[in-house]
Design a protein around this ligand. Sequence first.
Ligand code: SF4
Ligand code: SF4
Length: 335
Amino acid sequence: MSTEAQWYLPLSSETVQCTLCPHICILKEGKSGICRVRMNQGGKLATEVYGFVSSIHFDPIEKKPLYHFFPGSTILSLGTYGCNLRCFFCQNCTISQTAVKPELPRSFYTPEQIVQIALKRPENIGIAFTYNEPVVWFEYMYDIARLAKDAGLKTVMVTNGFVNKEPLDALLEYIDAFSVDLKAFSEEFYTKVTSSKLEPVKETLKQINQAGKHLEVVNLVIPELNDDEASFSGMVSWIANMLGKETVFHISRYYPNYNLKTEATSISSIRKLKRMAEKEMDFVYTGNIYTEVSETHCIKCNNLLITRNSYSVITGGLDEEGRCRACGNYFLKKV
Ligand code: SF4
Ligand code: SF4
């Protein structure tokens, strides 16, 4: 089922321009954009994935990854199909790198049904838009997020950050927390490996930060493609200076996937980059190293606040208000 999309301009009776993401695709009748799921149908832009759910699960919030947003909680997570990037290494290529076809497994849910599912589990804190890139299903996400906020639920967006300013402004009203991939700190990487651009992602990060929303940044380290120490160091300095040194930063281990067969990143390389980042930032974590236990300490008194062992999370150092039990320093942002 197709629904008319937002964020487009009619250029003629047959041609439209999508203004949702920086690709700003110009589409003739019957053609889809780079994301494959927004199409010119009869001179109007249509979203082909409204209500079209590829996966829906209750996940630990740490899986997004979000480590400083309701730690240890559960969040209803859903995705559809499509993505506006073409990362060689995509870990969700079966749902992100496809057009909508009749044989694709899916279930149809209205936004009201998604909110009802989220409310049924007492321990669930809200709804996360994730798995494939939620920007490309803006309308569905937006409608769910508005209802979710009315129902007292938290909302989370897991995104590549390749979105234009105005649509992001609209989302900022209804999304509480963002996990954003910063895939590298080089335009060449973004162009060659993801078919997109770095600068708009930096703008997205600044916009989310300026709006005062909870933000965690994820960098997937791929051997030889984006593990150059000078470039990594430039990324860390930019985050610390532009977003704040207290920004939560995840350095994730890459495993071969989709069109990239390079060997997995060595654990020693991830640990070395973590030590580098810790010189400038307060909260640096490694990801995709399944045997590693991670800890969070109070930046004021060094009290142990949170311990994570895989998805088992102990938050014994925090009180009910999200303050350090030892010194009373507020650790968790109020949402
Ligand atoms: S959302 Fe899709 S159709 Fe719109 S500009 Fe981006 S890639 Fe093109
Ligand atoms: S942005 Fe994410 S979902 Fe899209 S292609 Fe890249 S890795 Fe896959």
